[in-house]
Design a protein around this ligand. Sequence first.
Ligand SMILES: O=C(O)CCC(=O)C(=O)O
Ligand SMILES: [Fe+2]
Length: 800
Amino acid sequence: MASSVVSLSLTTPLKASSFRKYNLTPLPSLRRISCCSSRDITLKSRYRVALPATCKQRRSVELLTRCGVSSSDFPAEKEKERSFGEWVEFLGEAVSTAFPVWVSLGCLLGLVKPSAFSWVTPDLTIIGLTITMLGMGMTLTLDDLRGALKMPKELFAGFVLQYSVMPLSAFLVSKLLNLPSHYAAGLILVGCCPGGTASNIVTYIARGNVALSVLMTAASTLSAVIMTPLLTAKLAKQYVAVDALGLVKSTLQVVLLPVLAGAFMNQYFQRVVKFVTPLMAPIAVGTVAILCGTAIGQNASAILASGKQVVMACVLLHASGFLFGYLFSRLLRIDVASSRTVSIEVGMQNSVLGLVLAAEHFGNPLTAVPCAVSSVCHSIIGSVLAGVWRHVIFSKSVFSSLSLCPDLHFFVWFLADNLVVGWIKSSKLCFFVFVVLCGRNSMEAEGETQWSSLLVPSVLEIAKENTVPPRYLRSEQDKTETLDDSCLSSKLPVIDMQRLCSVSAMDTELEKLDLACHDWGFFQLVNHGIDSSFLEKLETEAQDLFNLPMEEKKKLWQRSGEFEGFGQVNIVSEDQKLDWGDMFILTTQPIPSRKPHLFSKLPPSFRETVETYSSQVKSLAKTLFAKMACVLEVKREEMEDLFGDVWQSIKINYYPPCPQPDQVIGLTPHSDAAGLTILLQVNQVEGLQIKKDNKWVVVKPLPNALVVNVGEILEIITNGRYKSIEHRVMVNSEKERLSVAMFHSPGKETVIGPAKSLVDKHQQERLFKSMSTQEFFDAFFAQKLNGKSHLDLMTLDPSS
Ligand SMILES: O=C(O)CCC(=O)C(=O)O
Ligand SMILES: [Fe+2]
């Protein structure tokens, strides 16, 4: 077989394998060459091409015409049996070329079935990224650095555009869309990341300059150790506290070291590298898909709730990167193939690095969401653009026949080449993803993710009959001792809000608060600042609400599939025993979450009272959260991220007198699922009991005091330092009892888990996993009350 000698550049494993596949044999000792723009013709023989004699001439010419090689240069596949190794390479390439499909599938799976990724631990995430970076390093040699010197302008322009267009676009898009701080920080973080490794494959498909692509990725990756933390800290500091040094350390560990290790292996252990490289690209693609799926899965409900905004932000960010990457390169008179390369490099980011850094250094897990969504967006836009650039060829002669000035010429070329076809196609695909996310989102909004409880009769009405139906009779005897003496009651912690906020007594009161939350998970709050006559008004109006005629109350009754209004919660089966009490529940904050059909039907004076009480108690709760953050040394911003947009609901409990008080229970033992409960024992009637050292302790109401309970969410956030208290309500035969509980939790989209700053500071093991408030309550309302059992759902197995 005759051979001819031509010049080619070879820089990626993908290309290396393609060379082998097409029977291009590297000459010994001359493995690589410097490369140049695809439009130049530079012959520096490095590869011997063995071709069938019949096509020798044609192939030689084709191969000679380019030295910045793209996939279009390869001859048709040789018809010969593939060996096992070639099959592995072939499959590896097929898998990696279809990477947008895998990433999209990963994300969709994360969205639809988040549990599919529950096995992905932070350690695995870091291992995945390290292997990906090692694979990238294996595509580099010292020769590449020499190659870089041959195209300094392109490389320099690419570098500057990479670290200017994307960070600034991220910053401006965050401002434009008024993103919440965690999303803004995540978008800026991903905008400040280096170019993604997938850009090499995309450049290859787009007939760009692959060598330039690899060198640009390498340059931006190596400099990411400085650039990513520096730019993120500069641009995101107004949103969140950025631990720039931590970012430098992590980037060094997961990027620089593996890349250098890979390059070292490529230089000195070529046999090993040759053996493993076919596997590296599919491993990288798999890692990206899994990590994106994990990030999406961990934040599925948040994404479904605000998917529209994040997708829009990511599409704008990457569209801007591709667009300005190309436009500025052409303005700098860089040739078309290299401009496409710069466009792809700038537009596509190492989002996985963003994911890892977000998880490691940003308290709120939602910061990772833009990184995951970004990965899908740039993969899809990039590959569609590549497909268009590869296949839709606009005859240059059409344009060159137009006697336009060069600038206008390239601009028209750009419009035709990219905008008209590329962007229409890209937007179609992005629109598809967008519709999937927004469709889910609007479905949720219309149906308003509802928790529900089976409908039950009014206990107040039953009590009028003076009998107790069997469903309310509790045969199972709670043998736990009940302590009911005033001496013990006087030991229950009391916190003085005024002292807590005063300059002189703050420290001692803070200490008391800390002990109360740690030892008891409970305290009574005095001097809270809410006017006692206002509290009396609330008490009277709450009583009046339950005394409304049944016809009126029916208008405010729970509707099937909902849980707000009159009724019960946590009733999940028809044979479940019921509590001797009625409830009236409303979401009060944030204001848009209120149910208009209930609020508008409340007696006007009561509605006003609820409004006022809601905002007064909300500010009390926020002060308490801030004080707790202070004493726990949890970062202020982290607490603010959790409870800034606090979700508050009011639950008025009405326990009618019961002819058989010892046979019923007013409220089953439970701990509140919320962060913090602030409870008013309305008419000073005893009934509330808390479980302390395995004994029920009666809580004697203090005049004008509010009872504060640590809830399960706060136990999770404090990684178990503050305990949610188990409590129950007993009833009597004489007098009805009323209480008004206000529950305070993070917003439904917020992810709850042990506070990062707390766990990091004390180097604690995380005792609880993370999930969104919505998911946490989904599980809570799906089961009956049963002590503190609900918390098990979040508890991490210490052995795992
Ligand atoms: O009625 C009470 O005193 C306690 C109410 C309560 O624990 C609750 O509503 O979760
Ligand atoms: Fe409770």
